[in-house]
Design a protein around this ligand. Structure first.
Ligand code: NDP
Ligand code: 8X3
Length: 250
């Protein structure tokens, strides 16, 4: 039985990946900050697989290390790391951007991903293999108006994904990314600071991806034969052609 650690498992894409992996008999380490949601999901999925939870903020380097170090076998032997925790904060033009939002995006989406990976890699190295799947974004492939720092953070994820693959070549650790376009989750609610009406509008008038669509792809990627590494996969809904071209009926 393989063990997967999923960051950002309390919502959206991470939660859907947890459910998909549980159905496929993967032992789970579910991570996030919202304890109640971690407990609810663990209770739901423990009918299907072995589950434990870790509550930490990926921005806090010390807490990331302590949380991961607190795992005992078999949960400590992480075969698959899903680097998913992340969000956008704001959609303001650069001259009106809030530096607190910039800090949040760089600290969570970039540095958080690095901190978690830093603590997981030694175990993968010593066990002679593993799989790291980074959740990037189409925002890491192109920049759109108001996307400035979020796009920069996801371009960084794209670069780190490539860099990890170069540096880990020969270690039997697979590294790859899924770069989704518009997926209906709590993402826009966070981006617009709890404005549910504005968030809902992002997904109106077309059929966006669901978190489950991305989860199926994540499972496909991690269930390939050991010699197959899907390095970089971009997925958009059929109605989306680019970050700015979406076939909206409203
Ligand atoms: P959600 O807001 O639904 O989920 C975000 C998850 O990240 C939550 O589980 C949240 O958990 C966790 N998280 C956020 N901040 C922190 C933090 N500081 N420390 C630990 N965990 C944190 O959004 P999505 O599911 O859509 O987003 C998941 C990933 O997918 C992100 O990296 C996002 O950039 C990316 N993405 C999303 C797309 C979309 O259109 N939705 C498209 C492309 C990529 P908690 O609050 O409990 O800590
Ligand atoms: C999320 C997709 O287009 O809102 O990464 O940036 S988008």
């Amino acid at each position: 039985m393989k063990t997967a650690m999923i960051t950002g498992a309390t919502s959206g894409i991470g939660r859907a990946i947890a459910r998909e992996f549980a159905r496929n008999n993967i032992r789970l380490v579910l991570c996030g900050r919202r304890q109640e949601r971690l407990e609810e999901l663990a209770a739901e999925l423990s009918a299907l697989t072995e589950v434990t939870t870790l509550n930490f903020d990926v921005r806090d380097r010390e807490k990331v290390g302590n949380a991961i170090a607190s795992l005992s076998a078999p949960f400590s032997d992480i075969d698959i790391l899903i680097n998913n925790a992340g969000n956008a904060h704001g959609l303001d033009p650069i001259d009106r951007g809030n530096p607190d939002d910039w800090d949040a995006m760089m600290d969570i989406n970039v540095k958080g991903l690095l901190y978690v990976t830093h603590h997981i890699l030694p175990g993968m190295r010593s066990r002679g293999g593993g799989h790291i799947l980074n959740i990037g974004s189409t925002a890491g492939k192109e920049v759109y108006p108001g996307g400035n720092v979020y796009c920069a953070s996801k371009h960084a994820v794209d670069a780190i994904n490539q860099g990890m693959r170069l540096d880990l070549n020969g270690s039997n650790i697979r590294v790859g990314a899924i770069n989704p376009g518009l997926v209906e989750t709590e993402f826009s609610e966070v981006r617009f600071k709890g404005d549910k009406k504005r968030a809902a509008k992002v997904y109106e008038g077309y059929t966006p991806l669901t978190p489950e669509d991305v989860a199926e792809i994540a499972w496909f990627i991690v269930s390939r034969k050991p010699h197959v590494n899907i390095a970089d996969l971009t997925v958009m809904c059929t109605d989306q052609a680019s970050s700015t071209i979406v076939n909206k009926k409203v």
